[in-house]
Design a protein around this ligand. Structure first.
Ligand code: FEO
Length: 395
């Protein structure tokens, strides 16, 4: 990515990672990602807000050169995770006068993770400011978006909020400014689901705090810059609320077709009941897409055959993730098939402890589903519709 001025004397110098397809060796990145880094020039001092993933250090250093940055006074490290902090040691080598500005918790992590000596740090408190000469950086602590040490940085005079991971998106786009609202929101929702959703309660508090600040622009450390902050702030307001919609998800695996037949029947029955439904064949599903739909679904029906005396491991993986992401689901059920017994239902129930859901009828077919099983699935669809009516998402 070339160095690009997003506001007068605020230059985006980060790196695009078009080809990265996995984050944390877990999260699929269908649209790549970016590691955003910003130079803020004041009348007397120059600050660099966050750096980039170590694999892209060369690109950051080239962009700093292209932007004519000959001196950096402050490297503001908002979050210790290496995709934003990993280049700090090399930037310190090239710009030896720079000090790393961060909070105590983040400093300790950076010393652990990157072996940066303590003498290179200047620590700040929540609400503390740093003068650049005609421009002021204010630090806003925002723990648990998604690590405990994360802070945001508010450039007071320009009303620009540098939000680090918070409000970001895994999206590689050549222009740093938002250009496609729908594409960006879909990407941001997926990112929220995968990274922020378990922390939606602390995030509510952070959003309330941001409402008290005048913000003209939000510049996250992944994805694009929002020149209209209400777009992403309003979306987050919905995502962290308790509101769900008239949507049932059916993540499933089928080995010989019995569970698939049950899923297809339940899908049709739910459609006839007026419930929006999304089956996900987990053998082909991008787990990030399932996570995105978990943000506001009301119901999940896990569907698995019985294998090795229990739940299919691919369904177990999806259930583990759904449980860890703590979506605001209201209702859940388990359906599937078995040959001679097993503990498929017990396995799944044991892995869903974080979900505050009401469990609905379980439907298990011995071998291929029979008429009585289809009738049970029809009853389950009717029960889901009734529950959705009960919470006001289905008329
Ligand atoms: Fe983008 Fe938590 O690092």
């Amino acid at each position: 990515m070339a160095a690009t001025e997003i506001r007068k004397n605020i230059v985006s110098v980060g790196a695009l990672d078009w080809d990265r397809r996995l984050f944390d060796e877990l999260i699929p990145l269908p649209e790549g990602t970016s590691y955003n880094s910003y130079v803020v020039r004041g009348g007397e001092k120059t600050a660099l807000i966050d750096t980039v993933d170590p694999s892209k250090t060369g690109e950051l250093l080239e962009n700093l050169q292209e932007a004519g940055v000959t001196r950096i006074d402050y490297i503001v490290s908002q979050h210790a995770e290496q995709d934003h902090s990993g280049s700090i040691p090399e930037v310190l080598e090239i710009y030896p006068r720079a000090v790393v500005v961060t909070n105590e918790k983040c400093k300790a992590m950076l010393m652990d993770l990157l072996l940066i000596p303590e003498s290179k740090f200047k620590t700040v408190a929540d609400g503390e400011t740093l003068a650049l000469g005609g421009r002021t950086l204010e630090f806003v602590f925002a723990p648990w978006v998604h690590w405990p040490e994360t802070m945001l940085t508010y450039l007071r005079e320009d009303k620009v909020l540098f939000s680090c991971d918070f409000l970001g998106a895994h999206l590689a786009q050549s222009r740093p400014l938002l250009s496609d609202e729908n594409r960006t929101l879909q990407s941001a929702k997926r990112y929220f689901a995968e990274i922020m959703m378990p922390f939606r309660i602390p995030i509510r508090k952070h959003l309330e705090k941001l409402k008290t600040m005048e913000i003209d622009m939000i510049a996250p450390s992944h994805g694009v810059v929002y020149p209209r902050p209400a777009l992403i702030l309003d979306a987050y307001g919905e995502w962290v609320s308790d509101a769900t919609r008239n949507l049932a998800l059916i993540p499933f695996v089928s080995m010989h077709g019995s569970t698939r037949e049950m899923v297809e029947h339940l899908t049709g029955a739910l459609v006839r009941q007026g419930v929006e439904v999304m089956p996900f064949n987990l053998i082909h599903t991008d787990i990030g897409e399932l996570a995105k739909e978990l943000v506001d679904a009301s119901t999940v029906v896990l569907a698995s055959p019985t294998v090795l005396a229990g739940v299919h491991p691919v369904v177990a993986h999806a259930a583990f993730l759904a449980n860890a992401l703590r979506p605001k689901l209201k209702f859940a059920s388990i359906i599937g098939s078995y040959g001679w017994g097993g503990k498929m239902v017990e396995n799944l129930l044991a892995s869903l402890g974080n979900l505050k859901v009401e469990l609905l009828e379980t439907v298990l077919a011995k071998g291929c589903p029979k008429e009585s099983d289809f009738q049970a699935l029809d009853r389950l669809a009717a029960a889901i519709a009734e529950k959705h009516r009960g919470i006001g998402v289905l008329p």
